[in-house]
Design a binder for this molecule. Structure first.
Ligand code: NAD
Length: 527
């Protein structure tokens, strides 16, 4: 397999037809692993203008404030999204409130579960269209987007099961007379769901699933840079029979539409996934009406490799923990702490492994890694790479923006720095790009100390054949999720979350549902 993507070969396209064209008409590289868009995705991406979906209807036809959106693989325009305003947010919140107080509030748990199961089938049957939209819009390689299908379906299945698992308690009391007492759980109301660009097709389901299982309603505000898979998903929910107003989407800028949603007095709870900087703004904005908050924020997760680890597994495992999705994963294991005796060998083996990875366009079926999301993001990643070199980290491999067939897209080589110390900028700040920092350590205690020396507390892992050492690290590291001898897999039955400045609020488990419900204490005087 050729490293760094597209193999230019003469001969027929994989489908036996011409190379695919983006909507702007430029050719993708002639490569037999580039997929043609399926008709449904081609139709959707052919629309080229996308407005808010409020009360089941696309709005914003007259809007002249538009945001151009790009295919990050090619830099080609995919058209425009409407920049939603505070008025759009207000209309969407009103629609969500009306739906919350309307017939939807009388749906039984069985009806909500049946709805989720219908959505499961509809998404299952139409998943390829969604995957292709996502890979075109955000650049995630199509094999990875397809791989997300299982996770999304399991998440819907999980929330369908939870619709029947909402329960209060019967409680004793010390009141005089014949008083029965209990708690009941009720949906909190209108949710504001603010979603980032680094995998919206999957991440929206943490909000949608909980909303539909509990009987809440929602206004989603997807990210400016990648919102098409969310808009199409919500259309599909309506095709599958979801009542209007239960799920609404307002496209637009975070500083305008996102801020208006976080401030809106008609919103009861915000589920936010994004950066810690924005999380802080959301906390402030949400104070208006004391909204409940769930904040899933940034990370700088430690991935700790002991000398007795099985390096045949730890090397690719730790590399993909950083480079998957081109480093745009909140719990990416970007600080790789390696026992000093194997640090040099580890760095060499990671560099050799990286050479086997194929970089390609989102729609390249053989690509392991795609672009980062935008020109702004690539500038950010490149500036961190420069800082890493200036502060004395040793560049082992990568470090450049890719040219050639990739020059118009936003591609950075997977980059490995060794001899990094934890006080360097690249070890402290979230880069959100394919940059690994290898930090040597001499003892488990030192690994734990370095691992915890960060403002973040999202993820982490330990690789060792010694279960005692593994558990010492698992117990010592302050993060919301830890993996042992693998990295990054998540199941809604087990969930994950953050601590410290990575935020609060569980994703998955019944604890997730609880935050979409409030508890009402009921006293009954039996006369
Ligand atoms: P971001 O904070 O810039 O944007 C996230 C969302 O917030 C977008 O929809 C954006 O439009 C909106 N937004 C921006 N400013 C806003 C404001 N003032 N008020 C309300 N909304 C606003 O983050 P990003 O760059 O899109 O995503 C990357 C970040 O997300 C990284 O820090 C990453 O770690 C984090 N993330 C965390 C998790 C998690 O589960 N912990 C998962 C994915 C991503």
């Amino acid at each position: 397999m050729a490293p760094y993507g597209p193999r230019r070969r003469p001969g027929p396209h994989r489908s036996g037809q011409t190379p695919i064209r983006t909507n702007s008409g430029s050719d993708m590289p002639q490569d037999d692993t580039h997929l043609e868009l399926c008709p449904a995705a081609r139709d959707y991406l052919g629309r080229r203008r996308y407005g808010p979906l409020i009360d089941g209807v696309e709005t914003g036809a007259g809007s002249t404030d538009l945001i151009e959106t790009f295919n990050p693989s090619t830099g080609d325009s995919l058209g425009h999204i409407v920049a939603g305003t505070a008025e759009d947010i207000d209309a969407a919140v009103r629609a969500a409130r009306t739906a919350f107080e309307g017939p939807w509030s009388e749906w039984s748990p069985y009806q909500r579960q049946a709805m989720l199961m219908r959505l499961y089938d509809h998404i299952d049957q139409n998943y390829e269209e969604l995957a292709q939209i996502e890979s075109t819009d955000m650049g995630m390689p199509i094999t990875r987007t397809r791989g997300t299908k299982d996770f999304i379906l399991r998440t819907i299945q999980f929330f369908a099961s939870q619709a029947l698992n909402i329960k209060g308690e019967t409680l004793q009391n010390g009141l005089a007379g014949n008083v029965a007492s209990m708690t009941v759980k009720a949906p909190v109301g209108v949710i504001g769901g603010i979603i980032p660009w680094n995998g919206p097709l999957g991440s929206q389901w943490w909000v949608l699933g909980a909303v539909l299982a509990t009987g809440c309603t929602v206004v989603l505000k997807p990210a400016e840079d990648a919102c098409l898979s969310i808009l199409r998903t919500v259309e599909m929910l309506h095709e599958a029979g979801l009542p209007n107003g239960v799920v609404n989407v307002v496209t637009g800028r975070g500083s305008v539409a996102g801020d208006a949603l976080a401030r809106h007095p008609g919103v009861d709870r915000i589920a936010f996934t994004g950066s810690t900087v924005t999380g802080r703004k959301i906390i402030e904005a949400s104070a208006v009406n004391i909204k409940k908050l769930q904040l899933e924020l940034g990370g700088k997760s430690p991935d700790i490799i002991f000398a007795d680890a099985d390096l045949d597994k730890a090397v690719p495992g730790a590399a993909l923990a950083v480079f998957n999705n081109s480093g745009q994963i909140c719990y990416a294991g970007t600080r790789v702490l390696v026992e000093r005796s194997i640090a040099k060998e580890f760095a060499e083996r990671v560099a050799a492994f990286v050479k086997t990875l194929r970089i390609g366009y989102g729609m390249d079926e053989n690509a392991n890694l795609g672009p980062v999301i935008s020109e702004a993001q690539i500038a950010r990643v490149m500036s961190y790479i420069e800082i890493g070199g200036k502060e004395g980290a040793k560049l082992v491999c990568g470090g450049s923006r890719l040219g050639g067939d990739f020059a118009n897209g936003y591609f950075v080589e997977p980059t490995v720095f060794s001899e990094v110390s934890n006080d360097m900028t690249i070890a402290r700040e979230e880069i959100f790009g394919p940059v690994m920092s290898i930090i040597p350590f001499d003892s488990a205690e030192e690994a734990i100390r370095i691992g915890n020396s960060t403002e973040y507390g999202l993820g982490g892992a330990v690789w060792t054949s010694n279960i005692s050492a593994a558990m010492k690290v698992v117990n010592g590291i302050h993060t919301g999720v830890m993996w042992v001898n693998f990295y990054g897999q998540v199941d809604p039955l087990v969930g994950f979350g953050g601590t410290k400045m990575s935020g609060y609020g569980a994703k998955g488990t019944s604890a997730h549902l609880d935050t979409y419900l409030y508890t009402k204490s009921v006293y009954i005087n039996i006369i």
